[in-house]
Design a protein around this ligand. Structure first.
Ligand code: FUB
Length: 370
């Protein structure tokens, strides 16, 4: 923690708008931060004045905006449902260039201003269309399950500014459930929401199409069956409603068979993100309990997608959640670890360059360097 404070004070400047800008800089080799195991980190936190995770990055009008979860320090023990992730609001990060100063903007949306929500504002995403910015966010509603917790739904909020404040619609998106929305707009202008996450994200409770409030808290014990799939639904032109019932995003293995539930290094857990490159659709996601970021490729937004490999090896901390953008003729992976706190629920967003081989494959990134 001593290091965190020093970095914050050395690198922070209050801007005219009253927001806090943090300059990234490298520490001298001798003072370079190291993991509890003594490893050097591949990259440094984008900001240190607040804890951030689940970074959804976008380029709007040539500027980079990151829509992260805003982690807070609550005294809740870690559990498989993720109760320790008790976030209450969103704050947008913005920067003119990667490697430059990062602005932490004021609160963009607070859970108290979402009429249907109870708690846990988890990984958001954003989109822009016709002069309006859309913030998509998962949060528990007020319909309690067997654990006394609300059911995750996905909400939408709008603003004329990419940094908010955003105004939430009075109800969640009809037909939405689970968490981790990621909105992808294809070259033809059609937009799709990918979403879903198992365990705390409740996707396993929707296996029959309707919510089972007494259903399992995990996907365990079904190793020989096809793994649970993330979901996709095309959005209507209003960007606020589904144009169709959600469908499965199927991931096939190298033999063309569905990835099985027991294959924890390949199966979908949470954190969908889609981009296109070289005519291919890349479906990327987290494997949760094995802590990888993976990718699979297909030839249309719905898939099926064929598993190709790991994008990122496990970071420090339990969760791994990311986004990928092209900026300034290079590709960038935004991700998060727990460098600043070494606590699973207090994460910090980072960025590193993502490379592609000539055949479109992605060499696996190690979040630590030797
Ligand atoms: O940040 C809360 C949850 O943890 C996210 O929604 C998941 O993707 C995981 O990062």
């Amino acid at each position: 923690m001593r290091f965190t404070l020093a970095l914050t004070l050395a690198g922070a400047a209050i801007t005219a708008s009253g927001t806090i800008a943090i300059a990234q800089h490298s520490a001298p080799a001798s003072k370079e931060p190291r993991s509890p195991e003594g490893k050097r980190y591949l990259s440094q936190p984008l900001v240190t004045s607040i804890y951030t995770a689940d970074p959804s990055a976008h380029v709007f009008n040539g500027k980079i905006y990151v829509y992260p979860s805003h982690d807070i320090d609550v005294k809740i023990a870690d559990d498989d449902l993720g109760n320790q992730y008790a976030m209450r609001d969103y704050r947008v990060l913005s920067m003119d260039r990667i490697g430059g100063p990062v602005t932490v903007n004021p609160v963009a949306l607070d859970v108290k201003d979402v009429p249907w929500a109870s708690q846990q504002m988890w990984a958001p995403d954003a989109a822009y269309k016709n002069g309006t910015y859309f913030l998509y966010f998962p949060v528990r509603d007020k319909q309690l399950d067997k654990n006394g917790l609300g059911t995750f739904r996905i909400g939408v909020a709008t603003s004329k500014s990419p940094t908010g404040p955003f105004k939430a619609d009075p109800k969640p998106i009809a037909g939405s459930y689970s968490m981790d929305p990621a909105v992808f707009t294809d070259a033809d202008g059609k937009s799709y929401m990918y979403f879903g996450g198992i365990w705390g994200g409740q996707l396993q409770r929707w296996a029959t199409g309707t919510f089972d409030p007494n259903g399992s808290d995990t996907d365990l014990g079904k190793d020989d069956q096809p793994a649970l799939s993330g979901k996709i639904a095309r959005l209507n032109p209003d960007m606020k409603s589904f144009a169709e019932a959600p469908r499965d995003v199927q991931i096939l293995d190298e033999a063309g068979k569905p990835v099985l539930g027991g294959d924890h290094e390949k199966r979908f857990f949470e954190a969908s993100w889609v981009f296109t490159r070289g005519g291919k659709y890349y479906y990327t996601y987290s494997t949760g309990d094995t802590h990888f970021l993976n990718y699979a490729t297909g030839d249309n937004p719905y898939g099926p997608f064929t598993y190709k490999g790991h994008i990122l090896k496990p970071v420090q901390g339990w969760t791994s959640h990311h986004s990928i953008i092209e900026w300034n003729k290079k590709w960038w992976l935004f991700y998060a670890d727990t460098q600043l706190s070494n606590k699973n629920h207090l994460r910090n967003v980072k960025v590193t360059e993502l490379k592609f081989a000539a055949d479109g494959s992605i060499p696996t990134i190690d979040p630590f360097v030797n």
